[in-house]
Design a binder for this molecule. Structure first.
Ligand SMILES: Cc1cc2nc3c(=O)[nH]c(=O)nc-3n(C[C@H](O)[C@H](O)[C@H](O)COP(=O)(O)O)c2cc1C
Length: 375
């Protein structure tokens, strides 16, 4: 899936000056979409709500936030998928959506341990949903106090973590020891320029395929939230915001149909900027699982969010790039080549691939409030 975060506007440099009314609009930013990131320091009385208000900040594909939470009794909960929030074109088997449950569960668990609780998790208690997710629960969790619980140092990074989709500073090298620390809980890495360059070629080929294949591209365009009003109204999907986007909206240079139209200026500027950001690869980490079961996917999500949190602590930016890992037919070439380059054999599957480097500081991405996830 191709995400564009505040990138598009910069390339529409030749925008006409906007009127005074326009200026008022171009300076507007989303007002409520980031509120869930202001997590009060004080623990909540109900450990489940405390854990889940942090868990909804987890990285997840296209920021769909498909998590439905049903509280059971005093200390349990069932987590299932809002099936309308899946991504059938780019994620035909709900593999990536499932990874986003792994990230969610791990952030909940980290929070529980910070508060002195264990979170026991049973994934797919009614059996693995295959070949797509269904109404059955993805996980059932139970919280219990433990004396002298070991705290997880990654807790401190939960609200600071980002998927940083900006251009990185290629003059600053990422050291192996940093990458080793990031992948300590699972994953592999490389900062070898030749190897990275080979992968970069495949990654960019897959980005081009996704942008020029109708269904996957349309899926992304339909999920774009264009400007602060749409972002506040639907704090999910792919947000396009910032002064130049707002100016593009006001001057009629950016709208959904132009973004979908491969012959439009908005489309070509967007593609150019994606190539620039996805091509800015100081180093790579990837997560390979032994197979592709739902349990493998959940585990990949757990490992990925731990890597992302650890990178945050080290001051490193990280950006997942999943285009070449997707299962739709048009992208089969890069899929095969990336698996080969990353040494995946037999049943092994590369579940996540991300660039790591030094990027500009960015703000958080939108979130729906916790209350909207409670069934
Ligand atoms: C399984 C998975 C796949 C992802 N793939 C991509 C991707 O291909 N491109 C991208 O820009 N972001 C990707 N992301 C990052 C999400 O877009 C991001 O987590 C989401 O927008 C929320 O933003 P945040 O992580 O900054 O909170 C992926 C995340 C997950 C969990």
């Amino acid at each position: 899936m191709v995400s564009r975060r505040m990138v598009l506007g910069a390339g529409l440099g030749g925008l006409a000056l906007v009127s005074a009314g326009g200026v008022w609009r171009v300076t507007r930013m989303p007002q409520t979409a980031f509120a869930p990131w202001n997590v009060d320091e004080a623990p909540l009385n109900d450990i489940r709500l405390d854990a889940f208000r942090h868990a909804i900040l987890a990285p997840n594909p296209h920021n769909r936030q498909p998590w439905v939470i049903r509280l059971i009794g005093e200390d349990e909960a069932e987590i299932s998928c809002d099936l309308a929030k899946r991504l059938p074109a780019t994620d035909p088997f709900d593999r990536q959506i499932t990874i986003g449950f792994g990230t969610f569960l791990e952030v909940a668990r980290i929070t529980a341990s910070e508060r002195g609780y264990a979170m026991e998790t049973e994934i797919f208690p009614d059996g693995e949903a295959q070949p797509r997710l269904d109404d059955s629960p993805v996980a059932r969790v139970k919280f219990g106090r433990i004396e002298g619980a070991e705290r997880d140092h990654l807790f401190s990074a939960i609200t600071q973590r980002r998927s940083n989709k900006e251009v990185y500073d290629l003059s600053r090298k990422v050291r192996d020891i940093q990458l080793e620390t990031i992948t300590v809980d699972g994953g592999s890495f490389s900062a070898d320029p030749e190897f990275v360059a080979q992968l970069r070629t495949q990654i960019l080929a897959a980005v081009d395929i996704e942008m020029t294949t109708t269904k996957p591209h349309r899926e992304s365009v339909d999920l774009m939230r264009i400007g602060h009003q749409q972002i506040d109204a639907s704090p999910d999907g792919i947000s396009l915001s910032g002064p130049l986007i707002e100016a593009g909206i006001v001057t009629g240079q950016i709208d959904r149909e132009q973004l979908a139209d491969p012959t439009s200026r908005a489309f070509s500027v967007g593609l150019e900027q994606l190539r620039e950001t996805y091509g800015s690869v100081p180093s790579l980490i990837w997560i390979t699982s032994p197979g592709n079961s739902r349990a493998d996917q959940i585990e990949a999500g757990r490992q990925y969010v731990r890597a992302n949190l650890q990178a945050t602590i080290l001051g490193l930016a990280m950006h997942p790039m999943s285009q070449s890992l997707q299962e739709y037919e048009a992208v089969a070439g890069p899929y095969r080549d990336v698996h080969r380059l990353l040494g995946a054999k037999g049943e092994q599957r590369v579940q996540m691939l991300a660039r790591v480097g030094y990027g500009p500081d960015i703000g958080p991405s939108p979130r729906w409030p916790l209350a909207t996830h409670l069934a």
